[in-house]
Design a protein around this ligand. Structure first.
Ligand code: A3P
Length: 288
């Protein structure tokens, strides 16, 4: 299928038609944020589903009901996807939402509300690898081509939600003061209880150590891989074929080392460095 048939072009970004429509994007634009809402903002393949597991548990103090009874896409729905209109009335306050939107696509009510944002960043080298396998297993995405070709697509922003550097720049530059916290995928891999503690403090939840440990255990890679409400096993294989690659694939930091040649690494590093030149923030990891 041609990429025009598979993707909707929205303000320069490629969105799979399978989950997005002109109506869903209008719905997102007109969505009314409430002050109590918490929005996870994340470039694809940086830990979206992981946060869809963590956030409801932090918000409710560790009650496992949401992760045991509601699929991740309805539990913490995507702002831009078709499902939101179907489930929005069922969401209980404080609502958890997730979005891949860059900052400038957030709707007016987001800006006038006090809704908080958790921005998750992941090392772009591991994003490329994760996304490469995702494009192989997801039928609604264009096949990735060779790894070399896919790196070029990623660097040119010819992938879901555009260029990684644009996404990071837009949210790092957002003037949201205490409404936003930044966290990395790597930080979560390294010490999940500490990451959950930080999220809990940011959201003003006073979780006990016991609750934090319990949440960390149920949000581990192993637990999520076994959770049918989070591992996409409810999605028919003709859409997402886990025999090609499971959605919860490796769950580690640094898998890029098994995939990049020195030339590919040099190419990615030089493009990203150039695009981030002069920015006031620095990346939390070395690109080499
Ligand atoms: P890998 O493909 O590197 O394994 P997203 O949800 O944004 O699409 O990101 C998917 C990536 O997050 C996948 O990375 C997936 O395995 C990883 N992930 C999801 N839950 C995780 C967990 N509990 N621990 C570690 N990684 C997790």
């Amino acid at each position: 299928m041609s990429s025009e048939k598979m993707y909707l072009l929205h303000r320069g970004l490629m969105l799979p038609k399978d989950a997005h429509s002109v109506e869903s994007l209008k719905f997102a634009q007109e969505f009314t944020f409430q002050d109590e809402d918490v929005t996870v903002v994340v470039y694809p393949k940086s830990g979206t589903v992981w946060m869809q597991e963590i956030l409801p548990l932090v918000l409710n103090g560790g009650d496992l009901t949401p992760i045991q009874t509601v699929p991740n896409w309805d539990r913490v729905p995507w702002l831009e996807e078709k499902r939101l209109a179907l489930v929005v009335d069922k969401l209980k306050s404080p609502r958890g939402l997730v979005t891949h939107f860059p900052y400038h696509l957030m709707p007016p009510s987001f800006h006038s509300s006090k809704a908080k944002v958790i921005y998750v960043m992941r090392n772009p080298k591991d994003i490329v690898v994760s996304s490469y396998y995702y494009h192989k297993m997801a039928e609604f995405l264009e096949p990735p081509g060779t790894f070399d070709e896919f790196i070029e697509k990623f660097l040119k922003g010819k992938v879901l939600f555009g260029k990684w550097t644009d996404h990071v720049k837009s949210w790092r530059g957002a003037d949201l003061g205490h409404r936003i916290m930044y966290i990395t995928y790597e930080e979560m891999v390294q010490d999940l209880p500490a990451a959950i503690r930080r999220i809990s403090d940011f959201l003003g939840r006073k979780l006990s150590e016991e609750a934090i440990q319990k949440i960390a255990e149920h949000c581990s890679f192993r637990s999520m891989k076994n959770n049918n409400m989070s591992n996409f096993s409810l999605v028919p294989k003709k859409y997402m074929n886990s025999d090609i690659s499971p959605f919860l694939r490796k769950g580690v930091a640094g898998d890029w080392k098994n995939h990049f040649s020195p030339e590919q690494l040099a190419r990615l590093t030089s493009v990203i460095r150039k695009e981030l030149e002069g920015e006031s923030f620095s990346l939390p990891w070395s690109l080499d």
